[in-house]
Design a binder for this molecule. Structure first.
Ligand SMILES: C[S@@+](CC[C@H](N)C(=O)[O-])C[C@H]1O[C@@H](n2cnc3c(N)ncnc32)[C@H](O)[C@@H]1O
Length: 494
């Protein structure tokens, strides 16, 4: 039975209420702009995480969220019409839908529809204005490479499974099969191993398997977050796709001095061509991501070099750098194509990371000012701009909302003509939005990979005296539900 009452029993049959834990079978009708599938059960809209339009799926209700209950896929009963097999083994276990089974041109069309729908339904302005917004969405710029595009692997060491033994009324737990992979959401005791991933750069995939073999051979104990025992915690592998340089970075629950004998094993990798950086990060605390990690360089340099256009960047293990190098160039070109930046302009590059956007834009304008809160990224930005001989750029370390309010207030050192904003997924802090509006730049260029916060913040700009000129989607993340956008807003009286 599709949709209606399969899975209902007892009380629920009598009042036919939908509540968490219930299971249903339904057909996914379309894709919501949040990326979930949409189905109807008992005439009610249900959002289905991990589902694709056209699939018939077995779902379980996970929570009641406002008017629309949320659910996730338990099993795909029937595939969508043009659905093929995924290439990666582990996608079956990932919580979000992998789009690998959909042809790439269809993925791009679905993403364009999501962006249009987000503008149609998600921007908090009056309906008359809202209806004009989707017309500003341009065709998606596809990723130059559809597979093997990721320049970074970030995974956990962990155990694939846990064996339980009962003896004398007591239960004993044994971790089994150490491996490298990711934790399912809410599941911290075991990992899903990543063995055959076709999204990572192929050289990185080879390196990952070498590290895995090394872990098996040396029997290094893997860290268990519950007991706080074990050594190997996380692994970061990076590769400059335009330079070939590679990095291995282990984070360990140990002090460097206690690991001296193991370093000999680590050094085994250093003969590998292209391996320019072997790092060991001490983290003996409970926090997975300490604010100031102690990084030891065991071989080579503490970074890998990547090239974007004619610019080179030294990437440290934990600095932000776009994961799809070739699509990043498309993204930055889209900024120049969509915004009107001229040689007299003073441009702000807020949330600048290591200053990649700003260093590219510097050739098209008079001056660029970058703001970034992560201290390591600011150091990377200073180093690379000096190496790249970009003279008309400077950087401020701090939170955008604070720097714009205190160090660079309106009427102060710079009158920004164009403000480029590339915040994290959480979008703009309300004070950052107010500070940008107070500066009254001619144009705001807002780069986002999260349609929910893009539409929210776009509402703030539309109410604050700006009009929407264009939204350019760029596909930085093939085979996932995510889409990057470059939005240009123009001050109405400019
Ligand atoms: C999406 S990344 C963009 C990086 C860069 N624009 C690029 O293309 O590589 C967002 C950056 O904002 C930084 N960040 C987060 N919150 C911030 C804040 N309140 N003020 C300034 N930077 C912030 C992060 O450290 C990160 O480097």
């Amino acid at each position: 039975m599709i949709g209606k009452t399969e899975g209902l029993s007892g009380d629920s049959l009598q009042n036919s209420a939908i509540y968490p834990g219930q299971e249903y079978t339904c057909v996914i009708e379309s894709l919501l702009w949040s990326g979930e599938g949409l189905a109807h059960i008992e005439g009610k809209e249900i959002s289905v995480a991990g589902a694709l339009p056209g699939q018939q799926v077995r779902i379980v209700i996970t929570r009641m969220h406002g008017e629309r209950p949320e659910s996730k896929v338990l099993q795909v009963m029937r595939k969508a019409k043009d659905e093929g097999p995924p290439r990666c083994d582990h996608v079956h276990d990932a919580a979000s839908a992998s789009w690998q089974c959909i042809p790439y041109n269809k993925q791009v069309a679905l993403k364009e529809g999501m962006v249009r729908d987000a503008l149609t339904y998600g921007v908090p302005v009056d309906e008359q204005l809202r209806m004009t917004l989707p017309g500003r969405v341009l065709r998606v710029i596809p990723s130059p490479h559809v597979f093997y595009y990721r320049n970074k692997i970030e995974l956990n060491f962990g155990y694939e499974n846990m064996r339980v033994e009962e003896s004398g009324g007591r239960r004993k737990f044994f971790d089994e099969n150490p491996n490298i992979g990711f934790h399912q959401p809410g599941e911290w005791s075991t990992i899903v191993p990543v063995t055959d991933c076709h999204l990572y750069d192929e050289q990185l995939a080879v390196l990952l398997n070498e590290v895995r073999r090394f872990v098996h051979d040396t029997r290094l104990p893997v860290y268990n977050p519950k007991t706080h025992k074990g050594i190997l915690r996380t692994l970061v592998l990076r590769r400059g796709l335009n330079t070939g340089e590679q990095m291995i970075c282990f984070t360990v629950n140990a002090k460097k001095k206690d690991l001296e004998p193991l370093f000999q094993h680590f050094m085994r990798f250093t003969g590998r061509p292209g391996l320019v950086s072997l790092l060991l990060v001490e983290n003996t605390g409970v926090n997975e991501r300490p604010d100031h990690p102690k990084i030891h360089c065991l071989h080579g340099k503490p970074s890998v070099t990547e090239r974007l256009f004619d610019l080179e960047f030294e990437i440290s293990p934990f600095s932000f750098f776009q994961t799809n190098t070739f699509a990043a160039e498309k993204l930055y070109q889209a900024i120049v194509e969509q915004a009107d930046i001229n040689l007299r302009d003073i441009v702000l590059d807020a949330y600048c990371g290591m200053g990649t956007i700003g260093q590219y834009l510097a050739r098209f304008c008079q001056k660029v000012v970058g703001i970034e809160s992560h201290p390591g990224s600011i150091e990377d930005a200073l180093r690379s701009s000096s190496k790249n001989k970009v003279a008309n750029i400077s950087f401020y370390k701090g939170r955008t909302e604070q720097v714009l309010a205190h160090q660079l207030p309106p009427g102060g050192k710079y009158a920004f003509d164009v403000m480029v904003l590339d915040p994290p997924r959480a979008g703009l802090h309300p004070k950052a939005l107010q500070a940008v509006l107070a500066h009254r730049p001619r144009q705001v260029v807002y780069i986002s990979c999260n349609l929910a916060t893009l539409t929210r913040d776009m509402g703030g700009f539309l109410k604050g005296g700006y009009e929407l000129r264009s939204v350019q989607p760029v596909d930085m993340f093939p085979h996932t539900v995510h889409i990057e956008t470059v939005t240009v807003l123009q001050r109405k009286d400019s």
